[in-house]
Design a protein around this ligand. Structure first.
Ligand code: MTE
Ligand code: MO
Length: 259
């Protein structure tokens, strides 16, 4: 930690100096030289968000893995944040065991297709026993079974110039704002990022996001979108919602929630 803080300070100081010398803001400097600007950079926490994002992206290669646990370490209790969507279409799919449910994939992909749950289960599966860390102050370990997102993106032919993958869910916040989030390509292609349809050896339990959720263990809880219906591969999120990259930044959380 001390080392990280020191390097972080050095990096920040270096960037400030470099930006200062060229007469640009740090954010503009980062954008120009590294493309490392989170979608919500313009807010009150703008410069801070940009530095946190850029610092982590520079200090950690996208291949650095989170710890994997043994099955004996799986948590007995796993809290639920975000109850199953009440809307009609979700309830209908749920009642039918998700046989009619489809995951729609669109955007910058060579093959825009939709997948049934059975289609997804026929793809090579990935398993991980990892820690889920909620920003609300709890964490829990579970085994997740699913499809590696990098495998999936390759399968649908995601374009190499795409920058984000956007995840849309069936539920809405109390204020009516629909649930959606995005991650950048570094997280999307990370080997432990997956589309999970199983938890602790069983089908994903309904309150944990059935039939499919994002599992992105390098990011805090709220980036792990449950109750998915659509995935979009894009080069910008500016035209989605308020342009901040997700409902969480629209509601005051940081878009980048790396851990
Ligand atoms: N669609 C949807 N996904 C969501 C949420 C939600 O309310 N709706 N809550 C998020 C938060 S804050 C956390 S901590 C995790 C909780 O997952 P769990 O209910 O399986 O513990 O899901 C995340 N994904
Ligand atoms: Mo959370």
């Amino acid at each position: 930690m001390t080392e990280l803080l020191t390097r972080r300070k050095l990096l920040t100081t270096g960037l400030l100096a470099a930006a200062g010398a060229s007469g640009m803001s740090v954010a503009a400097y980062l954008a120009k030289h590294y493309g490392l600007i989170p979608p919500d950079h313009g807010g009150i926490y703008g410069v801070g968000e940009t530095l946190t994002y850029a610092t982590q992206r520079v200090l950690t290669s996208r291949q650095s893995l989170v710890r994997e646990f043994g099955r004996s370490e799986i948590s007995k209790a796993f809290p639920v944040i975000g109850l199953p969507p009440e809307n009609e279409i979700y309830q209908r799919y749920l009642a039918g065991g998700f046989a009619e449910w489809r995951l729609v994939v669109d955007g910058l992909v060579a093959r825009p297709v939709s997948f049934s749950l059975e289609d997804l289960k026929r793809l090579p599966s990935s398993r991980q026993v990892t820690l889920h860390v909620c920003e609300q102050g709890w964490s829990a370990i579970a085994e997740w079974t699913g499809v590696s997102l990098s495998y999936f993106l390759n399968l649908v032919g995601a374009h190499s110039n795409a920058k984000y993958v956007v995840f849309f869910a069936y539920d809405k916040w109390d204020d009516g704002n629909p649930e959606w989030e995005s991650i950048d390509m570094a997280d999307a292609l990370h080997p432990q990022t997956s589309l999970a349809y199983g938890m602790n050896g069983q089908d994903l339990p309904t309150p944990h996001g059935a039939p499919l959720r994002l599992r992105v263990p390098r990011q805090l809880g709220y980036k792990n979108v449950k109750y998915l219906y659509r995935i979009s591969v894009v080069d910008t999120v500016k035209n989605l919602g308020k342009g901040l990259g997700g409902v969480n930044p629209e509601e005051g959380y940081s878009w980048f929630a790396g851990i």
